[in-house]
Design a protein around this ligand. Structure first.
Ligand SMILES: NC(=O)C1=CN([C@@H]2O[C@H](COP(=O)(O)OP(=O)(O)OC[C@H]3O[C@@H](n4cnc5c(N)ncnc54)[C@H](O)[C@@H]3O)[C@@H](O)[C@H]2O)C=CC1
Ligand SMILES: O=C(O)CCC(=O)C(=O)O
Length: 450
């Protein structure tokens, strides 16, 4: 049987065992296509059934979250924690609060997290969680009551050496404060059981910036590898949350021109480039006033395009930083036609599978999320270290450690993803999948069948 047959067989078994979970199928298939030929060359991985075991979560907790809204009505949501793999360290991964949250989305995110966390070379396993709760339009008190109710159950399943959640879509510093406050009250300990905390109570410098900064460092490494750099590049960024904002900030500081930001209603196009002052205004808009990105267009007199992503705007570099599958095959063709040179996935799995192929065929420098956005979880792992040591490292120290981690991930992708004929031609998707898989697989082999 050839490797294509065996991938089809593997995927058909996985789809039968996990019916209807399209995002999870997509994430596994992307890994399996690269990893199965590598497994075929390593008898121990085959004998120990590593890929089969790695695609089955260690455990999933699903629970009811009941809370009372400002009108006194009882509300019920569904909470989840998918503890996927703890071969190389405690479960680690964010919490997402968004109405679209379901098991398929959290399983895809938890699965991706295994490989991403492995790539950081830090001791963290893979997990993800969240709830189908929409913080948009809720008062601070409602968000607080929801977070407290969510933690009422979650606290039984987490701890600094067990499972350490953090933020993701809809979970920023406000939510982390409420979640950690409730955890501390229930567990009666002040430990690093959550990351992304405020600096005032055990958080780390550079955590909030880390995913966006790390993504820019990664793309810079890819450009340097082909003797190019960021200066003067026109960049399209989607989203206007944590990842998008700090991606834009670092790009601006490196002399690139950021021309778009978006949210789920539409995008703004600022032809002259967003500068630090305008970005500071966006931070206030999104993090304090919790407004919509169209207000940027009204404030600064630039174009606002409703109901679309920014992918038809001509650019050198693209940074999808909002959500999964936000770039379709058509979008990819448009980006390539307009001269796209590189793309860094700030978001998790923002590019549909058929669109990935378009970028790869066009030889775009393409950085998959598990490599490009690993900076966030890397600094989270550093927050855990600082919490254990009861110490706080400086901003400069952390930014330089983050740069080191991103360079190391880049170089590992080159090792496992280079073409034999031309070391400048790197398949970063393959490189990230194999490098991420190998470390976890070797640990699982060492443990025996568990
Ligand atoms: N926060 C972190 O440290 C990390 C986040 N990520 C990923 O980055 C992405 C963004 O996360 P954050 O910035 O943390 O979240 P956030 O909640 O701060 O921002 C999310 C942004 O995406 C937009 N958005 C959400 N759903 C959308 C949709 N269906 N269509 C268009 N826009 C949509 C929102 O309007 C918002 O601007 C997610 O895919 C997340 O999983 C990845 C690694 C780490
Ligand atoms: O910081 C963390 O633990 C997790 C960040 C995250 O959710 C992600 O990398 O997708």
């Amino acid at each position: 049987m050839n490797s294509v047959d065996s991938i089809e067989r593997f995927m058909s078994g996985l789809e039968k065992r996990n019916p209807g979970e399209s995002e999870f199928h997509q994430a596994v298939e992307e890994v399996a296509r690269d990893v199965m030929p590598f497994v075929a060359d390593h008898e121990a991985y085959q004998q120990e059934g590593i890929l089969e075991r790695m695609t089955e979560p260690d455990r999933i907790v699903i629970f009811r979250v009941c809370w009372v809204d400002d009108k006194g009505h009882v509300r019920a949501n569904r909470g989840y924690r998918v503890q996927f793999n703890q071969a190389i360290g405690p479960y680690k991964g964010g919490l997402r609060f968004h109405p679209s949250v379901n098991l398929s989305i959290l399983k895809f995110l938890g699965f991706e997290q295994i490989f991403k966390n492995s790539l950081t070379s830090l001791p963290v396993g893979g997990a993800k969680g969240g709830a189908n709760f929409n913080p948009k339009g809720k008062s601070d008190r409602e968000v607080m009551r929801f977070c407290q109710a969510f933690m009422m159950e979650l606290h039984r399943h987490i701890g600094p050496d067990v499972d350490v959640p953090a933020g993701d879509i809809g979970v920023g510093s406000r939510e982390i404060g409420y979640l950690y406050g409730q955890y501390k009250r229930l567990a009666n300990t002040h430990t690093g059981a959550i990351t992304g905390k405020s600096i005032d109570f055990g958080g780390s410098h550079v955590r909030k910036e880390a995913t966006g900064y790390g993504c820019v460092f990664f793309v810079e490494n890819m450009l340097n590898h082909v003797s190019d750099g960021l200066e003067g590049k026109t960049c399209v960024v989607s989203g206007s949350g944590n990842v998008a904002i700090y991606t834009a900030e670092k790009l601006i500081s490196k002399g690139a021109k950021v021309v778009t930001l978006s949210d789920s209603d539409g995008f703004i196009y600022d032809e002259n480039g967003i500068d630090d002052e305008k970005l500071a205004w966006v931070i206030k808009l999104k993090m304090e006033r919790r407004g919509r990105i169209r207000e940027f267009a009204e404030e600064f007199g630039v174009e606002y395009i409703a109901g679309k992503g920014p992918w038809a705007v001509p650019c050198d570099l693209a940074f999808p930083s909002a959500t999964q599958n936000e770039i379709s095959e058509e979008d990819a063709k448009t980006l390539v036609k307009n001269g796209l040179q590189g793309l860094g996935e700030g978001a998790n799995m923002p590019v549909e599978r058929s669109a990935v192929k378009v970028f790869q065929n066009a030889e775009v420098l393409y950085a998959p999320g598990k490599a490009a956005n690993a900076g966030g979880v890397a600094v989270s792992a550093m927050e855990m270290t600082q919490n254990s040591m009861r110490l706080s490292w400086s901003r400069d120290e952390l930014e330089s450690k983050l740069q080191g981690v991103m360079k190391n991930i880049h170089d590992n992708c080159v090792t496992y993803g280079s073409s034999e004929q031309n070391s400048k031609k790197v398949n970063y998707v393959k490189g990230a999948n194999i490098a991420g898989f190998k470390r976890v697989a070797d640990a699982m082999v060492a443990y025996g069948v568990t």
